[in-house]
Design a protein. Structure first.
Length: 399
């Protein structure tokens, strides 16, 4: 019963996280689009930097933006913040419920670094805080006045952190950690910079004072960062479903490539919204990134060892593979899993009989030969020799 409750809590938190994320990303994308599509026209009210006419749902909308603030405070003002806060809170609760409470299964790989669950959780929390502090200090430093240089240094820092995470956590845990870090940076931008700056502007208006224009510029910079980070963080958060991204020897390189791809896609749409020349070259960069990831995946983590299985008869090879799967995988992938916290076989994959193993051969290849995704964190200590034997069996075309 406890396992079923845990499973349902995880599912409901994922649902809430997705719902809040859709709301946050939707409003973020819309306002960046609106900001870039504003145009200067004659006859605009003093202080208005531009306007845009839009049509939706059978009605016309006239959108205007003040460069700093209107002369007087409007009676009603909508704040866009709870979408961001709910996304982070639900994501952190999900991190706690799934990854922190089952660190041995999802967060730790003792062949990478022999951590205790408590140490892994502390390292994760420290990295979340340190990553935000480093980013915030960069933005507030003289480097923050040069957007292009800030972007390059920030990219290098993020890739460096990605490499470091792959040296601490399992591949799955590293990707979730990086995604959580980027998500934390994005929400902290809203909580610590964007909303407080907007409140200062409102306070100035209420006091009949001229608002500081630097507050709006700083908030806009952080908002633009959030916009460009959105697609990479989405990829990182769903990556745990795709072992060929996180469970390979090139996982940190894949993180770097995905960041470039996500930024490239956003740049295309942002340029279009701003009415600039369409940067079709961004799709070339994105396609090249996808091909690079595919090429990196072409190097399996466990290739057939020459001569390792040649002395065995074909039936004996399969018997050995069956023994490996039963001893390393079936405690979770069975009708009634015996691993604590696993109520049903993941993805409904059962590996209890020879027929099961033959039916799931392609998944076994993806999870244990082309990547090291399974067992998660190598918690059952599958050896390299065992992976090579599975690879040799699959190479014979018996699966």
């Amino acid at each position: 019963m406890d396992a079923l409750v845990t499973e349902w809590i995880g599912m409901m938190l994922r649902w809430l996280h997705v719902i809040a994320g859709i709301a946050w990303i939707g409003s973020s994308f819309y306002f960046v689009h609106l900001d870039l599509s504003l145009r200067k026209r004659e006859g605009l009210t003093a202080g208005v930097g531009g306007e845009a006419w839009q049509v939706h749902g059978g009605g016309f909308y006239r959108m205007q933006k003040y460069l700093v603030a209107p002369a007087e405070m409007p009676e009603e003002l909508t704040w866009f913040k709870w979408e961001a806060y709910t996304t982070w809170i639900s994501g952190f609760l999900l991190l706690l419920a799934v990854y922190y409470t089952s660190a041995d299964l999802y967060f730790i790989d003792r062949s990478v670094l022999d951590l205790t669950p408590a140490t892994a959780v502390i390292a994760s929390l420290v990295l979340l805080a340190a990553g935000w502090i480093a980013y915030d200090l960069m933005c507030r430093s003289p480097l923050g006045r040069n957007d292009a240089l800030l972007m390059l240094v920030g990219f290098a820092l993020l890739v460096g952190i990605a490499w470091g995470c792959t040296q601490i956590f399992s591949g799955r845990g590293a990707f979730i950690q990086i995604g959580a870090l980027v998500g934390t940076i994005m929400v902290a931008n809203v909580l610590i910079v964007i909303i407080p700056n907007q409140r200062k502007v409102v306070a100035s208006l209420l006091a009949h004072e001229e608002p500081d224009p630097r507050l709006g510029k700083q908030a806009k910079q952080r908002s633009l960062h959030n916009n460009y980070l959105t697609l990479p963080v989405l990829f990182l958060m769903i990556s745990n479903h795709y072992p060929l991204t996180f469970a390979t020897g090139w996982n940190w390189v894949i993180v770097a490539v995905v960041i470039v791809m996500g930024v490239s896609i956003r740049h295309f749409f942002n340029s279009r919204h701003a009415g600039k020349a369409t940067p079709w070259w961004t799709w070339g960069i994105t396609a090249a990134g996808g091909l690079m990831i595919l090429w990196l995946n072409s190097f399996p983590v466990a290739a057939p060892a020459a001569g390792q299985a040649s002395a065995l008869e074909r039936d004996a090879v399969f018997v050995a593979v069956e023994e490996i799967v039963l001893s390393r995988c079936s405690m979770c992938h069975s009708e009634e899993p015996v691993w604590e916290g696993v109520a049903i076989p993941p993805l409904n994959v059962r590996l209890e009989t020879p027929a099961d193993i033959l039916r799931e051969a392609s998944r076994i290849e993806t999870q244990a030969v082309l990547s090291r995704a399974m067992p998660p964190g190598n918690v059952t200590e599958m050896t390299e020799e065992e992976r090579h034997l599975i690879a040799a069996w699959l190479a014979r075309g018996e699966g």
